[in-house]
Design a protein around this ligand. Sequence first.
Ligand SMILES: [Fe+2]
Ligand SMILES: [Fe+2]
Length: 327
Amino acid sequence: MVDSTTTTAPTATAPSDTAPRRTVKTRPVRLPFDASIPKRWLADSVAATHLSNGVNLLFPFGERFFVRSVRHYLEQLQAQGEDELVAQIRGFFGQEGRHAREHERFFEILRSQGYELDDFLARFEESFTRLEHMFPPVFRLAATAAGEHFTALMAANAFRDRAFFDRADPIMRDLMLWHAAEEIEHKAVAFDVLTRVVPNPVARYAVRTFSMAVATAFLVHWWIEGTRTLAKQDGISWKEFREDGERVQALRRELGIGERHIARDVFLRGIVSYLRPGFHPWDEDDSALAAAFLKDFEARRLAKTQASSGAEGVGAGVSGASEEEAS
Ligand SMILES: [Fe+2]
Ligand SMILES: [Fe+2]
């Protein structure tokens, strides 16, 4: 699946006095996507699969925007001697670059399953670009921090929902949980950059709350639109989609993990926590959720590398890929 080359950003300290030292590690992951992935890869559910696929469609362009937004301040932070944060930023670039690339590789699987994505992607990217040009760099950075807050919440939910994701196709489960784990690892990077470049807490609060509102509206609209685009191509009506969603909630209750509602558990919860004036992403330390998965994931990665005796096999890694390939 991946090779043995791993780059690790030096340990860095988050700005909160109480924050533990954290690393943002770039893993050269290349997943073995193939035709074995079923159309309904998540719990055999059209609703769960297309909600996941719908947000999947937003990741590559969105994550490259995140990288651009943070990169704008890289030289300034280097000049300010923020070496530890700069090291975390480089890990963040590497992680987001690989996420974008792997999700884009999954687009080819969706296309091979008969889905037409290009019209949606063109509309989404045009709208995103227009919005990006409307706002100055500090608002783009704050929108990135808001987006990272939502992705970190989704990531933590994915690990709490592990029993449900164990009903996923194994390649897709690795994609979702690897991405989720790294979102948790780097969840404070954009926020910490914002803290450095807007040191005045009142000004920063104004910028981040406004940007959160814009980011929320944009993400909700395009996530729904992406999901709708895919479900429509399956000929699924809204009624059928809802009924399938109810089956998923029943399965979740059976699995003992309770119901999951994105509006409540990602957006409402995310907004309420983010609006607290003293908020920091590591107020909730969910790094243990990511660590348990990554330990197993890296052990499997190492075993595969050893099994291939150092040769790059099918789906092998991307040694030498640029850590900033997201840009
Ligand atoms: Fe990501
Ligand atoms: Fe991220």
